[in-house]
Design a protein around this ligand. Structure first.
Ligand code: SF4
Length: 366
């Protein structure tokens, strides 16, 4: 088994390098490359060639490697399928926006939550990710941005300095089932990569004790709640977690978090349709009545509702609804005084909905 250098402490790395008959300063050079996200040793051009070759034989740089890299046609979104040391696979997405570069990080390999619209949960939960495995996803994205610079691809807008500036823990997995490691990862991202708390978002399907733990942790990050239904009956049908933590209980914990940290709460709401017997699409959670109910839950709170038109997942029994229906839903929320926006589809041509790439790859392997 090759040694993963990123997982070594500075002292351990120095010992590893000096045991190869190299001077100590080489370990500092290697560390600098690792911190930039170097995918292999061949890029470490300030090391002697024989050392690079030796390291390639006995070591890996990061605790994960890129299996697939998909670039959207507008070049703004790159999706990575990554393989961990034990061959589990995860996804990570880099989004280049006018306000900065954002990385969507996975917190678990697979997911146990069983949401009925989601591809990430179809293979169940494999395991929690470590702090290093989450951190390394950001480094993969950072290295990709470095490739942009080398290919003379300019950052997307003046406010974008070409580095990773935002982190959203919204990839595969439920972050608050892995809270300790997520907190460890975010502390490191803040201190080592200088990502400000206000540019970090953790998304949860509604694990109330985890929300309370983040509240106690006390960092002014953003919280996103995957709500997706305006009442307990409907929510329990599509999100089994609602049988454990009821909708109002989740919202109360989330409002307490956003009030305590003076942050606007994000509400994620996937707009779902379903085919009826005549093959026409009926609104599953996106009718006028649903919009009014949702408004009532959120009125008077500092929230932003992100409406997400459903991204087709073949294995899931939902249908996309029309653009008109999406806008009608949004209009009702706005009329009721609830801040709302429609999430721009990013990278739809590369299957950027959570879990799609990993699922496809697992099927292709069979
Ligand atoms: S939506 Fe999130 S919490 Fe629900 S199954 Fe998918 S990854 Fe898990």
């Amino acid at each position: 088994m090759k040694t993963i250098l990123f997982n070594l402490t500075d002292g351990e790395l120095e010992q590893f390098i000096t045991q190869l008959g190299q001077p100590r300063f080489r370990s500092k050079q290697v560390r600098e490359w690792l911190n930039r996200g170097a995918p292999d040793f061949s890029v470490m051009k300030n090391l002697p060639e024989d050392l690079r070759n030796k390291l390639s034989e006995i070591a890996e740089t990061l605790p994960l490697k890129i299996v697939k890299r998909l670039q959207s046609s507008d070049n703004q979104t790159t999706k990575f399928l990554l393989e961990l040391n034990d061959c589990e696979q995860i996804e990570c997405v880099l989004m280049r926006t006018t306000y900065g570069n954002s990385v969507c990080v996975s917190s678990q390999a697979g997911c146990a939550m069983g949401c009925k619209f989601c591809a990430s949960t179809l293979l169940g939960l494999k395991r929690n990710l470590t702090v290093n495995e989450m951190f390394a996803q950001v480094l993969v994205a950072q290295w990709e941005l470095r490739r942009d610079k080398m290919r003379d691809i300019k950052p997307n807008g003046d406010a974008n300095n070409g580095d990773v500036s935002h982190i959203v823990v919204m990839g595969t997995g439920e972050p608050l089932q892995n809270t300790e490691n997520v907190i460890g990862f975010l502390e490191r991202a803040n201190t080592e990569l200088n990502i400000s708390w206000r540019r970090i978002t953790v998304s949860t399907c509604g694990i109330v004790p985890g929300i309370n733990e983040l509240n106690k942790w006390g960092r002014p990050i953003n919280m996103a709640i995957s709500l997706h239904a305006p009442d307990d009956d409907l929510r329990s049908q599509i999100m089994p977690i609602n049988n454990k933590y009821k909708l109002q209980e989740v919202l109360d914990a989330a409002f307490a978090f956003s009030d305590a940290h003076n942050r606007q709460l994000m509400i994620e709401y996937i707009l779902l349709g379903q085919k009826d017997k005549n093959d026409s699409v009926v609104l599953y959670n996106a009718s006028e009545e649903h919009a009014n109910k949702l408004s009532k839950l959120l009125q008077g709170h500092n929230v932003m509702v992100n409406l997400i038109p459903w991204n087709t997942v073949d294995e899931r029994d939902f249908a996309s609804i029309s653009g008109n229906a999406v806008h009608r839903f949004q209009d009702i929320l706005i009329k009721n005084g609830v801040h709302t926006r429609i999430r721009r589809e990013r990278g739809a041509d590369i299957g950027s909905a959570c879990g799609q790439l990993r699922l496809k790859n697992a099927k292709d392997k069979k």
